[in-house]
Design a protein around this ligand. Structure first.
Ligand code: G3P
Ligand code: MG
Length: 246
């Protein structure tokens, strides 16, 4: 089995059109005919995997502090929409299970980015693997992370799943080749790069090693930049607003 990555993946749902990592953002992605979405996942105090990008609850919810301080029952009652627009005050941080059920029903692929809080890497990977053992999700999915430890944990817990390693930086080509070696050892099928790291040489090295290439950015990637990335051989680009791509 293999994964055919689409040219565009909705970033945190579609983060420029809706409060990121909410059900509304995922439904917006589906409405805009995106075939895949990306979400960020960490755990609550009672080890429920749910969607949140930051280490803290503060920026995108009405809560404060670290998510592992609260049971999911508390997190579920937080407002995850008002920071974006008060009309979204009814939105909450959904569980990974809810999102996988939607993706299964709608046949949407999902890139689950593991974003554990520090020291919660093991609990996070175990909770996610447990969820997949208990349920039979029908959507395509793959895991990714900037955190090599999380990648290793998932590889041990779920030997056959698709894994991608995300990279925000590397020192030089030698350092990149070491990272690549780790990736291959862990049987990653893909590497995800910050847009600032991408060039023809990097894409070629990945392709020569049969790795797919994804690209993300901290700001919106424009269509003209995306076209250049695709022409280099990049497989998928995380986009914030699909409107500029139609
Ligand atoms: O997975 C690609 C992208 O989501 C990584 O960056 O900070 O948006 O999670 P971030
Ligand atoms: Mg992410």
């Amino acid at each position: 089995m293999s994964i055919n990555l689409p040219k565009i993946i909705g970033h945190r749902g579609v983060k420029d059109l809706a409060p990121e990592n909410t059900i509304f953002a995922i439904n917006e992605a589906i409405k805009h005919k995106l075939e895949w979405i990306e979400i960020d996942v960490k755990i609550s105090k009672d080890n429920i995997p749910f969607l949140l990008h930051d280490d803290l609850l503060n920026r995108t919810t009405s809560g404060t502090g670290y998510p592992y301080q609260y049971n999911y029952e508390v997190i579920k009652n937080l407002d995850a929409g008002t920071w974006f627009d008060p009309k979204f005050n009814y939105l909450y941080p959904p569980t990974l299970k809810e999102v996988l059920d939607i993706c299964s029903n709608k046949k949407i692929g999902v890139n689950i980015e593991l974003k554990p809080n520090k020291k919660k890497e093991k609990d996070n990977a175990e909770a996610i693997s447990h969820l997949f053992k208990k349920n039979n999700f029908h959507c395509q999915y793959f895991f990714s992370s900037f955190d090599l430890f999380s990648i290793k944990l998932i590889r041990n817990l779920m030997p056959n799943v698709f894994l991608g390693y995300l990279i925000d930086n590397y020192k030089d080509t030698k350092n990149f080749l070491q990272i690549l070696e780790n990736c291959l050892k862990l049987k990653c099928f893909c590497m995800g790069f910050n847009i600032k790291l991408i060039n023809q040489e990097i894409v070629k090295i990945c392709k020569d090693n049969k790795l797919k290439v994804t690209v993300y950015a901290n700001k919106k990637i424009r269509l003209i930049e995306a076209q250049e990335l695709w022409s280099l051989g990049v497989d998928s680009i995380f986009i914030d607003d699909p409107n500029s791509f139609v």
